[in-house]
Design a protein around this ligand. Structure first.
Ligand code: RB5
Length: 146
């Protein structure tokens, strides 16, 4: 499993904690930054992670900002990206089972590190159910080309 990981200044501390946790579990991480608390613009990091996922360089993406919301809005501009802003375990699970989410966005101002690790674990381990959900995802893909 390869994960592309990015954050803005509000998410950099949590991003670094998630990176250490992922690495300790044998996940290959591409850390696209940011690497300091200096103010940056979250769409730049959403774009880097989205490109990694769309190109196949990464299997999944994880983006952290203050809320997870701006990162989700930006990442979802890229065809093929299904980014979900997650604040609870049910959303982490259902985002995978029903939506085949390929990018998880987290809010460092909303979610504590230990809970963020649990949400990330669920996101990485939960399988997409397919079936009736595929018809709906196909319609989303069609919207990308309309
Ligand atoms: C930065 O202050 C903040 O706006 C950003 O991290 C994010 O929460 C935006 O959605």
């Amino acid at each position: 499993m390869k994960v592309s990981l990015g954050a803005d200044h509000a998410g950099v501390e949590l991003k670094d904690q998630l990176k250490a946790w992922l690495t300790s579990r044998g996940v290959i991480v591409n850390d696209v930054g940011t690497h300091s608390a200096d103010s940056v613009d979250y769409p730049d990091f959403a774009a880097a992670v989205a490109n990694d996922v769309v190109s196949g360089a990464a299997d999944r993406g994880v983006l952290v900002c203050g809320t997870g919301l701006g990162m989700a809005i930006a990442a979802n501009k890229f065809p093929g990206i299904r980014a979900v802003p997650v604040v609870d375990e049910a959303s982490a699970r259902l985002g995978r089972e029903h939506n085949d989410a390929n990018v998880l966005t987290l809010g460092a101002r909303l979610t504590a590190p230990e809970e963020a690790k649990e949400l990330l674990r669920i996101f990485l381990e939960t399988k997409y159910e397919g079936g009736r959900h595929q018809r709906r995802l196909d319609k989303i893909t069609a919207l990308e080309h309309s």
